[in-house]
Design a protein around this ligand. Structure first.
Ligand code: PLP
Length: 411
């Protein structure tokens, strides 16, 4: 049996224990949604205040040069590159993940016009699917979407494949695809791969260039703590940058925006993935979050993430068995992301009862309760307390009072 004292001891020995104080969380809140919206880095609050007052306020339009606003998409991109195993000049920060998916998928499939199949996991995060459906509508018979079950992906890689789009970590279960193996198989078949790193960046030691990845995207607001709606990142391997064309040919992706030429000519490098003017305040917030994260060892983060999710699973077995929860995350530490998910027929009401007691997880329809762990600010004792609260809710059936409630807009 795991005891409270064991969790206290794990916190005392935690090499990342010093990080939590650099993030703001409301008093008494146990926060398990860092995989959806990361907590506020204290340094980001200061940076944003300074950008507004000292840069926008004092420098006004000269901020584009003097404060480095113009170069921010590639400067911040180079910082993200260090977290995902890419080189400088291969990543830029701009737009949302959805928009970057649109640009990258069209750019990637354009590299191999003889092939038209775009393969994906049919249970991939819906925005990825919707964007591919929209592209199919737009490109007609030049693009055929093939969405298959997760366990059929490997079999579906064949000589027709132009592009495989996969989320490295599944948003529902947290299961991980083997990036190296899959990328290799697709290359053998003559295709390309786009990795969605939304649930990986900042948690895994992702090594895009080591696995020879082609394209990648990911958001800034989950484990990277860049703030609600933070700009997202897009990676294009150096070897593809010259040949690709992306469809949103705005002036910021032009070779010389301030020449004000009448015809579009794309920038030579990663800047060609840009479209319009960067969102400077949001970018500054994200950059401050990255500056705080970059000195921390990703290996230590991944190790703690695995131990936290392991503890969650083990405590649930000991304390919440028999309450009808079915674990859908992998028991295998090596293929489990930084979250634990269970299905339960009363999942929504149970989660509302937890939230009412300041244990914040989330719910994914139809019946999945999720608990993300963020090693920078989640402690072992947080998990001890969360599982204890859940046990009380189940024993007392306190969730019943939430059963008739309508779902909120954001679950
Ligand atoms: C969170 C998430 C997104 C979010 O896309 P936005 O454009 O930022 O809303 C996309 N894909 C995956 C896999 C995600 O987990």
């Amino acid at each position: 049996m795991i005891k409270q004292q064991d969790c206290i001891a794990l916190d005392e020995q935690d090499p990342l224990a010093g990080e939590a104080g650099k993030y703001y969380l409301p008093e008494g809140m146990l926060y398990f949604v860092g995989n959806s919206l990361g907590a506020l880095p204290l340094a980001a609050a200061q940076r944003v205040a300074s950008i507004i007052r000292d840069e926008w306020g004092e420098e006004l339009v000269s901020g584009w040069n003097k404060a480095g606003w113009y170069s921010s998409p590639t400067r911040v991109g180079d910082k993200v590159a260090r977290l995902i195993g890419a080189d400088a000049g291969e990543v830029t920060v701009t737009d949302s993940t959805s928009v970057n998916l649109f640009k990258s998928i069209i750019a990637a499939t354009g590299l191999n016009p003889q092939r038209r199949v775009c393969l994906t996991d049919r249970k991939i995060f819906p925005t990825d699917l919707y964007i591919m459906q929209g592209i199919e509508e737009l490109l007609g018979d030049r693009f055929t979407l093939k969405a298959v079950q997760r366990n059929r992906i490997a079999d579906a890689i064949d000589d027709d494949l132009a592009l495989l789009v996969l989320s490295h970590v599944d948003y529902r279960s947290g299961d991980i695809f083997d990036m190296q193996d899959i990328t290799h198989r697709v290359h053998e078949a003559g295709g390309l791969v786009l990795w969605d790193l939304c649930h990986s960046a900042g948690i895994f030691d992702v090594r895009l260039n080591e696995v020879d990845a082609d394209f990648a995207v990911g958001c800034g607001y989950k484990f990277l703590n860049g703030g609600p709606g933070a700009p997202s990142f897009v990676f294009v391997a150096k070897r593809h940058q010259k040949q690709i064309n992306q469809p949103l040919t705005g002036w910021m992706g032009h070779a010389d925006p301030f020449a004000f030429n009448e015809s579009y000519e794309s920038a030579p490098g990663i800047r060609k993935m840009l479209c319009g003017t960067p969102s400077v305040i949001a970018m500054g917030c994200f950059e401050a979050a990255l500056d705080q994260l970059l000195p921390v060892s990703i290996a230590a983060i991944r190790e703690k993430s695995t131990k936290l999710t392991r503890l969650f699973i083990d405590l649930m077995k000991e304390r919440c068995a028999g309450f009808g929860f079915t674990l859908i995350s992998s028991e295998n530490d090596a293929i489990r992301g930084s979250q634990i998910s269970y299905t339960h027929e009363n999942g929504y009401a149970i989660m509302q009862a937890l939230i009412a007691r300041n244990v914040i997880g989330d719910f994914r329809a139809p019946d999945c309760v999720r608990f993300g762990v963020a090693p920078l600010y989640t402690s072992y004792m947080d998990i001890w307390q969360a599982v204890g609260t859940l046990k009380t809710i189940m024993e007392t059936e306190a969730w019943q009072e939430f059963q008739a409630q309508n779902m909120a807009d954001v679950t």
